[in-house]
Each structure stands twice: as structure tokens, then as C-alpha cells.
Design a protein around this ligand. Structure first.
Ligand code: AMP
Length: 228
């Protein structure tokens, strides 16, 4: 399969991280996840980490310029064949991404949109637990650990992400609706949006994403794909 440059889009808790990880492994793509990069900076207590910590705690977006700088540097580092997971999240970020890609003459092949309702998001995020030691992610409803609240991989005690508290979940959904949902239209107009029903079991979602990407690769090989 020819290498692909992809964006994964969807509300918080839609399964972007899980799907992006699986697809990146299967297709040999590099995954770029601003949320993880920012959480690491906060954990290490760097200057950037201190600057972004409060935004993250409140469930607000970090300023566009900061995120664009991080993404620009990461893209330069990894090259083509990537999945952007959790970026862009505003129209300004999408326009910034267009500029970065144009300057390098790199195409964006598709935007995989994982479609999940608000009710389902609230249910899922409330049940999410993470391992701070090894980064594993669980869901107490859909993918629980074998032993209650203990990481299967490394045995550490699982915790809720700070921004998965009910109050913050509501705030993040509100931010998503206002700032990020307009990107559905933005990419639909560019002919790049691939809509996937993300409410189904995660293996089925992976299957649908893979099928869609196979079709897309076929079109690219035949030269029928429009690069905006
Ligand atoms: P996530 O792990 O993707 O849910 O991101 C966690 C938090 O990191 C978000 O609530 C934001 O505060 C921040 N963040 C992650 N990605 C972005 C982005 N593209 N733009 C602005 N803030 C972001």
C-alpha cells in the first residue's frame, strides 16, 4: 500500500487513539498525538508543560500557535506516512496544517471521522481508566482490565484521566461542538472526509477504517484521487 497521510477526527472518547494506534501499526504509519505529547510535557514539568497545564485541566484547548509549532516540528521529524490523532481541532489549526503540507508539497489523503453521539461519549469517558506508568488505556465497560483497576501490562494501579471528571467531560464536549465539529464540513468540502460509525464495537470500527483505506489506496494507485 502506498504510504498515506491521514487525520483522525472525532469527539473526545470516540476511539481515535485506539483506532489510530491499530491502523498505524498495521499500515506502518507514524502516529502523532498532541494530547500525549502535551501530557508528557506536563508530567515532566517543562516550561511548555507549565504553560499548557491549566488549559488541559479545565478541558479547554491549548492555543493554536503552540499546537501548530509542536505539530510542525513532529511532521518535520517523522516525514510522510503519518496519522494525526487529535489534530487539527480548530479551523485555524486546519488552515495551519494546509500551509505546512503545501510548503512541503505533501498531500493529505483522507480525514477519518469517527462518528459517535454525545450520550455515548459521556458514558465512555466516565468509564475510561489509564495507566500512568505504561500509557495503556482501558474502559471499565467496553474493555476492562482483567483485575479490577490494575493494569494488565505492568500491574500499576489505574486512574481516571484528570480531564475525565464529569464536569470536565461536559466542558470538553462543548469545546468539541464549538471548535472542532466545524472541521467535518471543512474536510467534507475538500472531498477528504470518510465518515465511520464509531459507536460499534472497536474491532468492527477498525475493519471499516481498513476497508475505507484500502479503497482509497486503490484510487490513489489508479490516479483517481483528488489531492486538494
Ligand atoms: P486528548 O488526549 O486528545 O483528549 O487531549 C487532551 C487535552 O490536550 C485537550 O483537552 C486539550 O487541552 C489538549 N489538546 C490536545 N490536542 C489539542 C489540539 N489539537 N489543540 C488544542 N489543544 C489540544
Amino acid at each position: 500500500m502506498k504510504t498515506l497521510n491521514l487525520v483522525f477526527l472525532g469527539p473526545p472518547g470516540a476511539g481515535k487513539g485506539t483506532q489510530a494506534e491499530r491502523i498505524s501499526k498495521r499500515l506502518g504509519l507514524k502516529r502523532i498525538t498532541p494530547g500525549d505529547i502535551l501530557r508528557k510535557e506536563v508530567g515532566k514539568g517543562t516550561r511548555l508543560g507549565k504553560e499548557v497545564e491549566e488549559y488541559m485541566k479545565r478541558g479547554e484547548l491549548v492555543p493554536d500557535e503552540m499546537v501548530l509549532e509542536i505539530i510542525g516540528a513532529e511532521l518535520k521529524r517523522v516525514g510522510q506516512g503519518f496519522i494525526l490523532d487529535g489534530f487539527p481541532r480548530t479551523v485555524a489549526q486546519a488552515k495551519g496544517l494546509d500551509k505546512i503540507l503545501e510548503s512541503r508539497r505533501w498531500p493529505l489523503h483522507a480525514v477519518i471521522f469517527l462518528d459517535v453521539s454525545d450520550d455515548e461519549i459521556v458514558r465512555r469517558l466516565g468509564a475510561r481508566r489509564i495507566c500512568l506508568r505504561c500509557g495503556a488505556v482501558y474502559n471499565m465497560i467496553t474493555s476492562p482490565p482483567r483485575n479490577n483497576e490494575t493494569c494488565d501490562r505492568c500491574g500499576a494501579h489505574l486512574v481516571r484521566r484528570r480531564d475525565d471528571e464529569p464536569e470536565t467531560i461536559r466542558k470538553r464536549l462543548q469545546v468539541y461542538t464549538q471548535e472542532t465539529a466545524p472541521l467535518i464540513d471543512y474536510y467534507e468540502k475538500k472531498g477528504l472526509l470518510v465518515r465511520i460509525d464509531g459507536a460499534r464495537p472497536s474491532d468492527l470500527v477498525t475493519y471499516s477504517v481498513e476497508k475505507a483505506l484500502e479503497e482509497l489506496s486503490g484510487k490513489i494507485r489508479k490516479g483517481g484521487h483528488r489531492n486538494p
